[in-house]
Design a protein around this ligand. Structure first.
Ligand SMILES: Cc1cc2nc3c(=O)[nH]c(=O)nc-3n(C[C@H](O)[C@H](O)[C@H](O)COP(=O)(O)OP(=O)(O)OC[C@H]3O[C@@H](n4cnc5c(N)ncnc54)[C@H](O)[C@@H]3O)c2cc1C
Length: 493
């Protein structure tokens, strides 16, 4: 009886009853194994008996998950791998990597040698070198003499890897958004320990269609969510955008500005990091000459990112051990010392280009199209209708002279204000509150989440561990090695 109540609660929590139609994933052969029965639990009164659980479900199919998939293909024996039911759930309809920031000239901020395989196994077929060789560009790339490919090219490399994974293993379900993890407690399970986590997903384009899958091992790799400062209105208009969406909006923005040949058209870019600088540079080159761009930020000046060799050692895979073993205070101090590798900084070549742009507009006959509004605290964002067209009004307070307030009007505002790295995880894990012992989720050195003793199922998280595992956690730096660390644990190697 007690178990029945628990089951009902779990079902209510995970909306299992909400399923409206069968959801046998159309784009998926549902595991890396060859012949297994489907485990989608989609009927209004789900039949759990006979459902075959997954050995591994990975949430999200961005770089962190891709490196796990590649480590599986590179390191597990094919016959063993084929005996395992493995599934990656990705909310987008195909693989893409920061599609809204694929600006034409943007370069990678990491050496191509830190691809998904080389640091773990340079002989893997998933290396960037093999990608270049396969595409017939290896020699031409060598002639370029760079370690930093275009972002666009690197995204194509990632897509190529994602396609090879799907061809080899058919284990990615695109178009499925995971909405939560939970535990189904019921008499179906005969053991004392809870053997599976329940992963609930909806079809991204048909949220009424829910699917629940059971898995012995789950890895969460959902990345981060674009973040606006709290002074932005909760309901955004078409005149406000996040940098994450920039290239998807840029044609609309340029068309808007072109209507008046740019005359009086003003754009504000909020932020002082690499994304803000890239967007400002792009707008300056692509908006009509009569338009104006302001870069608005709190810092005193744009600063260069530090990718010098001694500093770069913080991104070595073995650095994670040392960082993880430190006290919270020491880790925070270390973060402060090294944050100029990644936060609110701009690559020095772009920084110099922007400085030259600002300088050159001071020459006789030039117009000041680019404004650098430093030391500005954004206090309010309001959208008004002005003669039938929307304007965004920004209230700015001087950082060192709090009485000095400026109100500025823009036709378009782009917030290059970073990403929230914890909200997605908090939401996805909320259904497991009863099984996470401390009030806070504790993650061990191997990225595994500590669950209650009575849970046998295992859970790992990637990308939300910067505070404990260091700055490489949200980056590409150690993914080849980290992917294998996770795979070794999951398959008890
Ligand atoms: C513009 C830009 C440039 C960058 N350049 C570099 C660089 O040069 N070098 C570097 O080291 N780092 C760079 N980064 C950092 C970047 O975070 C990492 O490169 C990388 O994207 C992290 O991979 P991830 O898989 O953890 O997250 P993501 O890339 O965000 O991937 C997460 C995936 O999970 C999916 N997902 C999310 N929620 C769900 C859900 N509920 N259900 C199903 N799927 C879901 C998403 O659609 C996405 O495909 C850059 C970041 C940005 C924004």
């Amino acid at each position: 009886m007690k178990q029945e109540i628990a089951l009902k609660n779990a079902i209510a929590a995970s909306d299992l009853h909400d399923s409206s139609s069968p959801a046998s994933s159309s784009s998926v052969s549902d595991s890396c194994s060859s012949a297994s029965s489907p485990t989608d639990l989609t009927s209004p009164e789900p039949e759990l008996a006979g459902a075959t659980p997954y050995d591994l479900i990975v949430v999200g199919f961005g770089p962190a998950s891709l490196s796990i998939a590649i480590a599986i293909l590179d390191t597990l024996a094919p016959e063993f791998r084929r005996s395992q039911r493995i599934l990656f759930l990705e909310k987008k309809s195909e693989f893409s990597w920061h599609g809204g920031m694929l600006l034409p000239h943007a370069r990678m901020q990491i050496s191509f040698i830190k691809d998904f395989a080389t640091m773990r196994d340079p002989t893997s077929k998933f290396t960037f070198m093999n990608y270049l060789h396969t595409k017939g560009r290896l020699l031409d790339f060598v002639n370029l003499g760079t370690f930093y490919p275009l972002r666009e090219e690197y995204e194509d490399y990632m897509r190529w890897c994602a396609e090879m994974v799907q061809q080899d293993a058919e284990c990615v379900a695109y178009g499925e958004t995971v909405v939560g993890l939970s535990v189904l407690e019921q008499e179906y399970f005969t053991t004392e320990k809870i053997p599976h986590l329940a992963v609930t997903s909806v079809r991204t384009h048909d949220p009424a269609r829910r699917t629940i899958r059971l898995a012995r091992n789950v890895v969460l790799c959902p990345g981060a969510r674009p973040q606006f400062p709290s002074c932005f209105p909760p309901e955004l208009t078409s005149r406000i955008s996040h940098s994450a969406e920039f290239m998807h909006k840029s044609s609309e923005l340029i068309a808007l500005a072109s209507q008046s040949s740019g005359a009086g058209f003003a754009v504000a870019v909020i932020g002082a990091g690499q994304s803000a600088a890239e967007i400002v540079h792009y707008l300056h080159a692509n908006l009509p000459l009569a338009s104006h761009i302001d870069m608005i930020f709190q810092a005193g000046a744009l600063r260069p990112s530090d990718d010098s060799p001694f500093v770069n050692e913080i991104f070595n895979p073995e650095a994670v051990d040392g960082i993880y073993s430190l006290s919270d205070d020491r880790r925070r101090a270390m973060f402060d010392e090294y944050k100029s590798t990644n936060y609110s900084v701009v690559r020095s070549d772009l920084l110099e280009t922007l400085y030259a742009t600002v300088y050159e507009q001071k020459l006789p006959g030039r117009t000041a199209r680019l404004g650098m509004k430093n030391l500005q605290i954004l206090e309010e964002v309001n959208v008004i209708d002005k003669q039938g067209s929307e304007k965004v009004i920004l209230k700015l307070r001087d950082r060192y002279n709090s009485g000095q307030i400026e109100t500025a009007e823009y036709d378009f505002v782009i917030a290059a204000t970073g990403y929230d790295k914890s909200a997605i995880f908090t939401e996805l894990l909320s259904g497991l509150n009863r099984y996470v012992p401390a009030s806070e989720v504790t993650v061990d050195r191997g990225y595994r989440v500590k669950l209650e003793e009575n849970v046998e199922a295992r859970l790992w998280v990637q990308g939300c561990n910067e505070a404990t595992h260091g700055l490489s956690d949200t980056l590409l730096s150690i993914m080849a090695v980290r992917g294998k660390e996770i795979v070794d644990q999951i398959f008890d190697k």
